[in-house]
Design a protein around this ligand. Structure first.
Ligand code: UDP
Length: 411
């Protein structure tokens, strides 16, 4: 019933010269102490969004380090994912409650999935709210259960939070991206703060030769003789795609040739995306300078890489953001970012590093204009952002923090 996700092999040795040496060395030492440990990562989707992005790199690297790591996804139908999307939104503060029937459906999904979890894991890491109720039902003796929360739970909607809390009480530890995401009255005693990270060697992040990147974007209709700004994000209200279009229109009054690309992948567990996609389509229809691309028309990792590499500025105008891998992805390519001052974004772009943080459509437009008009400043910001990512937000650092937590839990 649970789907096991296939992934290729990776080798930590390939990260030498890319990630900091001391992180790689420490990672090898810690993994030797945990050698042979069985680790299961459990989440809701194999495609779309940051969690699947991370697991696709993290699980094979754990194997390379001598651990027995697996990645499984729970099954769920549309009704279940409608409910979990509301849980997700509620955890980020959106109003609304679940009906008794919806609560029963959420629990029913965990009851269906839990019996299919094999026993014998030393650690089970459950990502986000969709599979969260499984721990209480499937707790195997000897396993340590960790709830890894990727979303901004600093101010959850109280009704949703109250609903989820009893399920979380079954965990041995929790991981948040930021200290202030730990909600009030949190039921798990052990909490670690571990920001996510990107994989510098994935097809999305490795250095594309410039000519190839240009070819890829021209192939899909982007003009590289005109300036380009891009937001790469799921169609989600917290990513504010309509706000991006509004900011872009303000800038275009002054730079009439400016193109905007909105690049989005439609995640399997995100039913709301279609409504937002339709709204964006309606708002931008007939404008030849606004490009809307999705994975459904073949715009995947390599195209995202080309957009993040060649855009003059990348935007991430989030209104709430757990972390925002896309920010580190763009900075890693030396591209400056204009981003919402929310959640996990400011830690990637401290003052004077990486780009400009904004709080409104107008500020976003102003920052875009500034960077488009000052290429030297843009370049310097992009370069400082890349160094920040190298030291703090590459996959070996994430693995190291996670393994140190597992080691503490097994002690
Ligand atoms: N992504 C992608 N194609 C798209 C849109 C997003 O591959 O069209 C990827 C993006 O590159 C990033 C992840 O999905 O790796 C999104 O992670 P992030 O943390 O930014 O946001 P989330 O979707 O998890 O809220």
């Amino acid at each position: 019933m649970l789907d096991v996700i296939d992934i290729g092999d990776r080798s930590l040795a390939a990260y030498r010269g890319v990630a900091p040496d001391e992180q790689l060395e420490e990672l090898v030492r810690v993994s030797q102490r945990l050698r042979g440990a069985r680790i299961l990562h459990l989440n809701a989707t194999s495609y779309g969004g940051g969690v699947s992005e991370i697991l696709r790199s993290c699980v094979p690297l754990l194997r390379d380090l001598g651990l027995q790591a697996e990645w499984k996804i729970i099954r769920g139908d549309d009704a279940f994912f409608q409910i979990t999307k509301r849980l997700h939104n509620g955890l980020q503060g959106a109003p609304g409650e679940l009906s008794e029937t919806e609560k029963a459906l959420y629990l029913g999904n965990a009851q269906l999935n839990a019996p299919h979890l094999a026993e014998g894991y030393d650690f089970v890491i459950v990502h986000d709210p969709q599979p969260a109720a499984i721990a209480g039902l499937a707790r195997h003796r000897g396993s340590r259960w960790i709830w890894r929360c990727h979303i901004d739970t600093a101010h959850p909607n109280p009704a949703i939070w109250e609903f989820l809390t009893p399920y979380l009480a079954a965990y041995d530890a929790a991981v948040f991206t930021l200290e202030n995401f730990i909600p009030p009255h949190f039921p798990i005693r052990r909490v670690a703060i571990i920001p996510p990270a990107i994989d510098p060697l994935s097809p999305k992040n490795l250095a594309l030769p410039k000519a190839l990147a240009r070819h890829i974007l021209e192939w899909i209709g982007v003009r590289l003789d005109q300036p380009l700004i891009t937001q790469v994000s799921r169609f989600d209200k917290w990513k504010d795609p309509l706000g991006v279009v509004a900011s872009y229109r303000l800038v275009r009054q002054l730079i009439p040739q400016l193109q905007l690309a909105l690049v989005s992948s439609m995640a399997l567990d995100d039913p709301e995306a279609w409504d937002i996609y339709e709204k964006v389509r309606a708002d931008t229809a007939g404008d030849p300078l606004i490009h809307v691309f999705t994975n459904l028309v073949g715009v995947g990792n390599v195209e995202v890489n080309a957009f993040q590499s060649l855009s003059d500025v990348v935007i991430q105008k989030s209104l709430r953001e757990g972390f925002g891998l896309v920010v580190s992805e763009a900075l890693w390519k030396g591209t400056p970012v204009v981003a919402g001052r929310v959640g996990g974004i400011p830690m990637q772009m401290p003052p004077g590093t990486g780009g400009i943080l904004v709080d409104s459509i107008e500020e976003c437009a102003e920052a875009l204009l500034h960077l488009l008009r000052h290429p030297r400043i843009s370049r310097a910001l992009g370069e400082s952002g890349r160094e920040r990512v190298r030291h703090h937000f590459l996959m070996p650092r994430l693995l190291l923090d996670e393994l140190l937590l597992l080691e503490r839990l097994s002690g």
